[in-house]
Design a protein around this ligand. Sequence first.
Ligand SMILES: [Zn+2]
Length: 540
Amino acid sequence: VAEPGLHRQIVQDWLEFRAANPNGAVDINCCENDTAGLCICEKCLAWDVADPGQDFDNRVRQSHDNFAALPTNDFRWDPGLGSLSDRYARFYLAVQDLAREHDPDAIVMGYAYGNYRKPPVETKLNENIILGYVPGVRFPAAPDELQERREEWQGWSDAGARLLLRPNYFLYGHNMPYIFAEQFGREFSFCARNGMVGTDFDSLTAMWATQGPNLYMLGRLHATPESDPQAVLAEYYGGFGPAAEEVRAYFDYWAEQSKSIVPRLDGGWHEYVPIMHELWTQEMFAEGARLLASATEAAEGAGVFAERVEFLRLGLEHARLTAEVSRVFAEASGPGGVAQQFSAIARLNEFRKGLEDTNVANLVLLPWLEKRYWEVWPTEELEGREVISRLPMDWKLRWDPEEVGREQRWFDAGLDATDWADVRVDSAWEKQPVGAAWREANGKDFDGLAFYRVSFEAPEALRGRKVFLLFGAVDEGAAVWVNGEPVGEHPFVNPDDWTTPFAMEFTDVARFGETNTVVVEVSDRSGAGGVWKPVLLIAE
Ligand SMILES: [Zn+2]
């Protein structure tokens, strides 16, 4: 960011944009997206100012040592570099200086974010620099953290910039009862009283029934920033009429629980899914339900107030069921565990169907987050069918670059495949040792035909029922044999065929009470390839 060529390019892009959009926005965008300051070029380092307590002259080596000590795949390079706020403040000023040659009123937009969130030590800004302040931690926060945020805000304001509040608070918590309304209200009020010219909340998740007080505080304070947060909460609870006090007690309970729950989560905002049940326990849900039952009683027969309490109850039950799925996924293991997982998801999906016309929760965001951790396959293939088991995850693979596998009957049940390579069915072959070995030997990834095979048990108890193999996905096309007999093909026809589940019946060739063999000829013409999701045994 200290490179003059970058400043010239930003201003040139801005001039071109203005010429093409005479009525468009006139501010200059200097916001880096989603990263800390990382550069260690001479020019950038020369713009830094020592951070108190930092070994300033050795900061690059310090950062390098920190980085070397990290586990792989964790690319945090910045701890050790110290605060880079003066560097970024100078960057905003440098761009502004160039822009002023064209427009004396040019406005530069930037961030106070990551390792340049603390106020600059010596660089002074001006009111035509508007910064989005992104607080470093989430709510609930300890008193010293709250104080630190206030000092950071005040410091940037004292340095002369105008400020936007641009937090990510509302991304956290999934659909759980996660309440931080009062703390948030106090912080918002502080910013409003101390030079806030705007806000940018791009992370609203709309979990109205479980996080209502947070969202009400946000909306109300945007309309009347001078309102006292306690009065805002009283107004919100007043919306429950005769149940106001009971609803307050209910949310106070969750606000108190949130104080201990949230600090236990070290990870990012989407990392709640696999551990929700540990943070929001079934005991807490039981206590929440008990408190809400008092509200239901108080609002009984009171029309809209009773409906609103019922809205909260649906949110709580939805949260409880969601946490229950996360528990089942964490605890149910082995081939039989998958049946428990699917039925837990089926219960949740059934409940969600009833929420579709409500604002209880965001039913688009939730599955999008959950499918990173849960196998949430479309239910059509499972309609009226039962998940019996998951086939093994470790299969055998043989490349077929000459396309002779069918002719040489590599699908035969009795074939000895002990010299075939190992492969798993939870990711494409390119991401596995077998794919890396091909790449090493041939200078590129394998595209073409490959045969997968594995053995599995079909329980005697299934005799008389229709049995199927449900493939999570095969990239791109598949032909399938069971016990040496063809049972179907799933060719690559539509653009998303490589990612959709499909089922194949094998009732006529099944060996109940015995070992069965499945062989898949995978056809991959470009990009990633393979059986990349698990395969289930299901029965009708
Ligand atoms: Zn640099």
